[in-house]
Design a protein around this ligand. Structure first.
Ligand code: FAD
Ligand code: NAP
Length: 344
């Protein structure tokens, strides 16, 4: 049965811990709930916002509409072929719990994405990625309901138009589809010896070497990622944040060479098309923002790309801090950082 609350604080529904209010908040526990919501006045004519774990959202004011809180649950796994398994996961499931379950079963492919907060349904939104792996590598299909019609549609991976922290759901179809389930094709490492863990990312290699692990299992990689993340990233339960606030910029070769001549130490990663990715955290640090606090907001001392709420900050204050950072980075490096966080 559809449960809708009225005039609700969203403080505990976003990892920045921003205290704004929503006119309505609907708890969606089944697709029937969603259909009911889409066909019932007064909800059908209000502005809508789909909410998962709220770990990639910045609220800059109250939401005078209905928050559709995803609580769809369920998981099935079926053998797909001799060495692969198809996992169908309801979109309201917690992403990290899914990863932990897959690791415990020996299903490989998403272990590098351990400890990313939020729901499974938000994962295709920005093609979540970390430690050299992106969701796109294991995503098979996405099931979604069109909010305007209540019709269900299955998107192939290609139709999701996944890119670097991008998808069709973040752009052309923004706020138009509610992702209901995600299908992943993983490797069943119990049935094959041909699975190679992805350990090329510097921090993972270093961690495994320090533990003397020469031939890592998917569990070893997951443990490494969890340990590295815990040592570097602030826990939103203790310090409000939404992870990386900006995407890492990718620039052309001429622009990169100009920066390299001024800053020979600039960290960079050449892309297959000849462009260069520069860590946004480095750019922000060069501009003197790392660890800097303005009122109740700031750039985190261990990871400059993570903007934090020290307690009581408004979304607008965080937004203004982000704008100041963008301006100084643009002035110094001629790079306009793009937010990764969804701003409402
Ligand atoms: P929300 O914040 O609730 O929503 C994000 C956006 O997706 C919103 O626009 C929302 O409307 C939309 N949305 C949510 N659910 C659905 C749905 N079912 N259907 C349609 N639209 C939907 N991200 C990475 O990629 N890599 C990382 O390594 C990473 N590390 C992080 C570390 C920390 C400490 C934090 C706080 C965040 C990190 N993130 C990372 C960002 C974030 O966790 C992910 O983007 C995550 O997928 C967001 O999930 P969510 O359920 O919290 O989404
Ligand atoms: P890091 O290791 O300090 O590296 C800084 C940036 O350089 C990373 O963001 C990464 O880009 C890039 N990089 C590092 N090694 C690379 C390699 N071998 N090949 C290509 N690019 C490389 O980064 P970190 O802040 O500790 O984060 C570690 C990983 O977790 C990163 O993948 C990062 O994206 C992810 N993460 C994401 C969020 C988020 O909210 N989105 C929050 C925390 C961590 P990429 O980001 O493209 O990998």
């Amino acid at each position: 049965m559809l449960a809708v609350e009225e005039n609700v604080s969203l403080k505990n529904y976003n990892t920045f811990g921003i205290d704004v209010r929503a006119r309505y908040l609907a708890h969606i526990c089944s697709t029937k709930d969603l259909v009911q919501l889409l066909h019932t006045e007064p909800y059908r004519s209000l502005p809508r916002l789909i909410l998962g774990g709220g770990s990639n959202i910045l609220f800059t004011g109250d939401f005078d509409g209905i928050i559709i809180k995803n609580e769809l649950a369920g998981l099935q796994a079926e053998p797909h072929n001799a060495h692969q398994v198809m996992i169908r996961v309801a979109s309201g499931e917690n992403w990290h719990q899914l990863v932990a379950w897959c690791v415990s079963k020996g299903y490989g492919g998403i272990e590098n994405l351990s400890l990313i907060p939020g729901t499974v349904g938000a994962a295709p939104m920005q093609n979540i990625g970390a430690y050299g792996v992106e969701l796109s590598e294991t995503l098979h299909t996405v099931e979604a309901m069109e909010l305007a019609t209540g019709k269900l549609r299955v998107f192939t991976k290609e139709e999701c138009e996944l890119g670097y922290r991008e998808s069709i759901f973040k752009h052309k179809l923004k706020d138009k589809y509610f992702i209901t389930a995600v299908n992943l094709l993983l490797t069943d490492t119990n049935r094959t010896s041909h699975y190679e863990c992805r350990t090329h990312y510097g921090d993972i290699r270093k961690y495994l070497d320090s533990k003397g692990v020469k031939t890592p299992t998917i569990a070893d990689v997951s443990h490494a990622v969890i340990a590295i993340r815990k040592s570097k990233l602030p826990d939103p339960k203790e310090l409000g944040n939404a992870g990386s606030f900006f995407k890492n910029p990718v620039i052309d070769e001429a622009h990169f060479k100009k920066i390299l001549s001024d800053y020979p130490e600039v960290p960079h990663y050449q892309q297959s098309d000849g462009t260069y990715k520069i860590p946004a955290a480095w750019l922000i640090e060069q501009c003197g923002w790392k660890g800097k606090r303005i009122g109740n907001t700031g750039s985190h001392a261990r990871q400059a790309l993570v903007l934090v709420n020290y307690g009581g900050a408004t979304g607008t204050e965080i937004f203004l801090l982000a704008e100041q950072i963008r301006c100084t980075v643009q002035e110094r490096f001629n790079i306009l950082l793009q937010p990764e966080v969804n701003i409402y």
